[in-house]
Design a protein around this ligand. Structure first.
Ligand code: SAM
Length: 236
């Protein structure tokens, strides 16, 4: 946790917060905090700055906060990702939030197991929890928006063109027809496949909407590895 993320509920006065639970445990056990210590602090969907500990009581830390700095710039990329298996999804949500993605569409595709759609990790509370861990790690405050799209065809037919707008449209696919570009200096809409990959018909459907299928080379990477690799090429 490199930033203490606070929200409205934590405020006891205009520039004073009281923190308990997981964040308190972290401040106590990992940072071994004492009165007077300062921490990078940020308001969910707001500004960031410094929090100074003014009191520590059993189960609670009190801080005065000065939130006068903007969060880091967002990544200029919308991510369209086939729903991964639940265990992976938690980690991928953290990674995606940490990288600065602010719009994530989780979509169905042929090789997504139907059962994944009823996993508890898709509950709003659990998605938010994973995103918060990513923001705390990366020192960001702006929550990504996550959209669930359980039907592939209506999403592609009715929504994707508007979502992608004037961006560079790419589908990450090991057998892609082009090499993934390096910092194209354009906003990007990137589609990433499921564990078993997109089927050719899906790649073709993306292509009909102007998505170029791009490869990172012959190594097949896990989604959680492919995404940071793609981001670092596109936005180095
Ligand atoms: N057997 C699958 C295939 O050949 O498509 C592998 C899927 S891979 C585990 C999951 C997703 O990560 C892919 O659908 C793609 O979006 C991305 N990916 C992984 N390795 C890649 C590579 N070398 N080039 C481009 N995308 C890759």
């Amino acid at each position: 946790m490199n930033l203490i993320l606070v929200d409205r509920k934590d405020f006891t006065a205009p520039s004073r917060v009281e923190i308990s639970g997981r964040r308190f445990d972290h401040i106590q056990k990992v940072h071994r905090a004492e009165v007077g210590d300062e921490f990078t602090t940020g308001m969910v969907n707001g500004r960031m700055g410094t929090g100074t500990i003014t009191a520590i009581t059993p189960g609670r830390v009190e801080m005065t906060v000065t939130l006068d700095q903007p969060p880091p710039p967002a990544l200029d990329m919308t991510l369209v990702m086939a729903l991964p298996r639940p265990k992976m999804l938690k980690r991928i949500l953290q990674t995606v939030a940490g990288l600065g993605v602010k719009q994530l569409y989780l979509i169905n595709s042929w090789r997504v197991e139907k059962g994944f759609w009823s996993a508890p990790v898709l509950e709003k509370e659990q998605i938010n929890q994973a995103l918060i861990l990513g923001l705390e790690q990366a020192k960001d405050t702006i929550m990504p928006q996550v959209f669930l799209r359980r039907l592939f065809t209506p999403f592609i037919r009715d929504e994707l063109d508007t979502i992608a707008g004037d961006t560079l449209r790419l589908t990450a696919h090991p057998g892609g027809r082009a090499v993934c570009p390096c910092h194209p200096q354009k906003s990007v809409t990137l589609a990433v496949g499921p564990e078993g990959g997109f089927i050719q018909r899906e790649v073709d459907t993306f292509e009909q909407l102007g998505f170029t299928s791009v490869t990172l080379g012959p190594r097949i990477l896990r989604v959680e590895t492919a995404i940071p690799f793609l981001v670092s090429r596109l936005f180095a």
